[in-house]
Ligand binder design. Structure first.
Ligand code: NAP
Ligand code: HSE
Length: 441
């Protein structure tokens, strides 16, 4: 396409934008493949002329699914920084410390733009890296770090920028959503489905980052910063995962008209800002409750736009490469934005609300001895903590042995539910639980 033709579309035309890629695994090879396939279409559509100058990975002899012969191979990722021909370093190694961090710091320090998919690193060091990028007047972009192929960073930075964001609710971990979806559809138990998720390559090995909520928390911390103009703050977040969700909970949830989802929540309330990752019961009528399998979704609530939901694939070579490419195109077409959408000095240090202060309805499941007076003991504890019961379900008859009991409470402070739960667990008649899930209305 001629320069003249491009300028007819009133597109900002840059010279070739030269990138160096470190990390040639799932995402890195996906990015190389996408650039190779889309190069001329991208030039026509956006005016961006993208060239890979050099690449790096650990093992130069490893077979890879893309042809790398045209690019200079660097044995050390830091050599990408020294190469004067490279405008932007694309970090796809991973890990919150080590070579990924060294590379990003060196590249920013040397005045090169950086693109990364590394949510763990940004959650822990995003604030310092943002300051470094700002000081060197370069960009640090990370669309691929949150929810893979869903352009949620762009949505918060640009599409919803005119709104005061009230809340962001995400299904941000594909592995957990897959496990919960299969448990619901088949009645199978957590451990069993987890093994399947690992066999399919969804879950990490070991899978703790996924199933204990840390991966979702890394992502949420970036969304909170963008949504509320605060410093990314991974330390001040309540994080729990899905290990304690049982097939029984899922059966009860379905019967009561809910789905259980690992929700990443950042929201404003009169009491303050809150960020948490937890398994919640979500009314089945809510759009986010219908996001299944490995899919991710983000619901954004703005004062003018109202509720808006984006969904798509959150992981894998294609969706993640698509997100990396969108950052490359932005930089290649001259779009420059602050790392967290505001000068670093404007980012406030949030005073996060203790999640135990939040007020919600709760689902409480326990196993109790099937004998007269047990319910009265439980009701007395709830009464003493000023907890009102909305509904109660007891299934089966098993005199002298245990039966499941499910309570749904009216709105109550989370702290009080926890306190009452300790007392109920200590009753002689309680053989299992209580297992508690917040109802995210
Ligand atoms: P991966 O498949 O494990 O690839 C990692 C790459 O980094 C490999 O090419 C490896 O080299 C290279 N590497 C490892 N240690 C290195 C070192 N010391 N020096 C140079 N290169 C080194 O990882 P991935 O799944 O592509 O993930 C990359 C990043 O994207 C991570 O931050 C991840 O969190 C993020 N991400 C991934 C997904 C996804 O779906 N996979 C989605 C969103 C975000 P060799 O190939 O030679 O071993
Ligand atoms: N393990 C992550 C997930 C990969 O399951 O969502 C994408 O970040």
């Amino acid at each position: 396409l001629s320069r003249k033709a491009v300028s007819r579309y009133n597109i900002f035309m840059t010279n070739a934008f030269k990138i160096g890629i470190a990390g040639l695994g799932t995402v890195g090879c996906g990015v190389v493949e996408m650039i190779q396939l889309q190069k001329s279409a991208l030039l026509a559509k956006t005016g961006a002329s993208i060239e890979i100058t050099a690449v790096n990975a650990r093992d130069p002899h490893k077979p890879r699914p893309v042809d790398l012969t045209e690019y200079e191979w660097m044995d050390d990722p830091l050599k990408l920084v020294q190469n004067k021909d490279i405008d932007c370093v694309v970090e796809l190694i991973g890990g919150e410390e080590g070579p990924a961090r060294d590379l990003i710091e060196a590249a920013l320090d040397a005045g090169k733009h950086v693109i990364t998919a590394n949510k763990a690193l940004l959650a822990h060091h995003g604030y310092d890296l943002g300051k470094l990028a700002e000081a060197r007047n370069v960009c640090l972009y990370y669309e691929a770090a949150v929810a893979g192929g869903i352009p949620v960073i762009k949505a918060l930075r640009e599409g919803f920028a005119g709104n005061d964001i009230q809340g962001v609710y995400g299904i941000l971990n594909g592995t957990c959503n897959y496990i919960l979806s299969v448990m619901k559809d088949t009645g199978r138990d957590f451990e069993d489905v987890l093994q399947e998720a690992q066999a399919k390559g969804y879950a990490e090995t070991p899978p703790d980052l996924d199933v204990d909520g840390y991966d979702a928390a890394h992502k949420l911390c970036l969304l909170s910063a963008l949504a509320f103009g605060v410093r990314p703050d991974y330390k001040n977040m309540a994080i729990s995962g899905i290990r304690d969700v049982s097939a029984t909970d899922i059966t009860f949830a379905t019967e009561l008209g809910y789905r259980i989802k690992l929700l990443s929540i950042a929201r404003k309330s009169e009491q303050g800002l809150l960020q948490s990752v937890e398994a919640c019961m979500v009314p089945e009528t809510r759009p986010i409750a219908r996001i299944n399998d490995v899919f991710n979704a983000v619901e954004i609530i703005g004062d003018f736009v109202g509720e808006s939901m984006l969904s798509g694939r959150g992981a894998g070579a294609g969706p993640t490469a698509s997100a990396v490419l969108s950052d490359i195109i932005d930089l290649a077409t001259g779009q420059r934005r602050p790392v967290f959408n505001a000068p670093m000095s404007e980012l406030k240090e949030a005073e996060w609300l203790d999640p135990d202060e939040q007020i919600s309805r709760f689902y409480v499941r326990l196993s109790v001895l099937d004998r007269p007076g047990v319910l009265a003991d439980i009701s007395a504890i709830l009464r003493d903590h000023d907890i009102s019961i909305e509904s109660l379900l007891q299934r089966g008859r098993n005199p002298g042995a245990s039966v499941p009991l499910v309570l749904i409470t009216h709105e109550v402070q989370q702290r009080r539910i926890k306190e009452a739960s300790h007392e109920i667990a200590a009753l002689k008649a309680t053989s299992d639980g209580p297992h508690i899930l917040r109802i995210e209305d």
